[in-house]
Design a protein around this ligand. Structure first.
Ligand SMILES: [Zn+2]
Length: 276
């Protein structure tokens, strides 16, 4: 078995629902050796993934405002690095994140393996999201920014996808990634019960260093990065606070539908520039 990033040898460290999870001997990448191809990607991210709960989303559309806000938040982070230009959002779903970038002055398109989601982006959000995967789609243009927000864990061939992103960027174009950190404290404490170990929808688990090392190897330089905030609803926050601190009535004053940020210990983001 070989690492899908660097090609070094790898060995199984544990199994989840009979799926062998392996560690690279060289680059610290962890992965499930997905045997599926692009067609299977469409099946994994079927309509049930976005509405069925479990490893996917309980109701993706209800996270609309939060995702738009996340797009705006990243656009703001990038404002100190570049001017808005042409963006390709990978794994765009129904285009909410992309809308956040568009609100901040970017223009561009998305790509999404789920056809219903891509259609919804066009009909309800008014954005052009093409059905397909980054690895297989044909583009007539180059981009100033490629965003992969909570996407790279799903890539069946991450090395190929990152190389493709490099090809599709203009010189000095940016690659923005947000993903889960397999070296985080939560991942270490929970071990194989960490919530992100859910093959076959999630098949790659990166460390910030391993990802940067690989991207540097194929022609990117890291410009900035950190830990994004996760957003939870007031109702969810109130129940967490009651659980931790006791059933105090003051927690009932938190509006149910208010979205509250809290720092995510097991997520990281980073932006890389294509070296010309
Ligand atoms: Zn490796």
């Amino acid at each position: 078995m070989f690492c899908p990033l660097c090609g070094s040898s790898a060995k199984t460290v544990f199994t989840i629902k009979q799926a062998p999870i392996a560690d690279c001997s060289e680059c610290s990448h962890r992965f499930y050796k997905a045997t599926h191809c692009a067609n299977t990607v469409t099946q994994i991210f079927d309509d049930n993934y976005f509405t069925g709960g479990g490893a996917g989303y309980s109701d993706y559309a209800s996270e609309k405002e939060m995702l738009i806000e996340r797009g705006r938040m990243y656009a703001k982070k990038l404002a100190g690095i570049t001017h808005p230009g042409r963006i390709l959002d990978v794994g765009a779903a129904c285009g909410f994140l992309l809308k956040g970038f568009v609100d901040a002055g970017w223009n561009g398109i998305g790509i999404e393996p789920n056809r219903s989601m891509a259609a919804m982006a066009r009909s309800e959000v008014g954005l052009n999201v093409l059905p397909g995967t980054l690895e297989n789609a044909q583009f007539e243009e180059r981009f100033d920014l490629i965003s992969m927000i909570q996407v790279v864990g799903h890539l069946f061939d991450p090395a190929m996808a990152f190389r493709r992103a490099h090809d599709l960027l203009n010189d000095e174009g940016l690659l923005l990634i947000e993903t889960w950190d397999r070296t985080s404290i939560s991942a270490r404490i929970f071990g194989k019960r960490w919530h992100e170990y859910s093959p076959p929808s999630v098949v790659q688990w990166f460390s910030a260093k391993g990802l940067s090392d690989f991207l540097s190897h194929i022609g990117f330089e890291r410009l900035a990065g950190g830990r994004p905030a996760k957003w939870i609803s007031g109702g969810h926050a109130a129940s967490l606070l009651k659980y931790k601190l006791g059933n105090k009535r003051i927690f009932d004053l938190i509006p149910e539908d208010m979205m509250i940020p809290y720092p995510a210990e097991d997520l990281f983001w980073a932006v890389y520039r294509k070296r010309s």
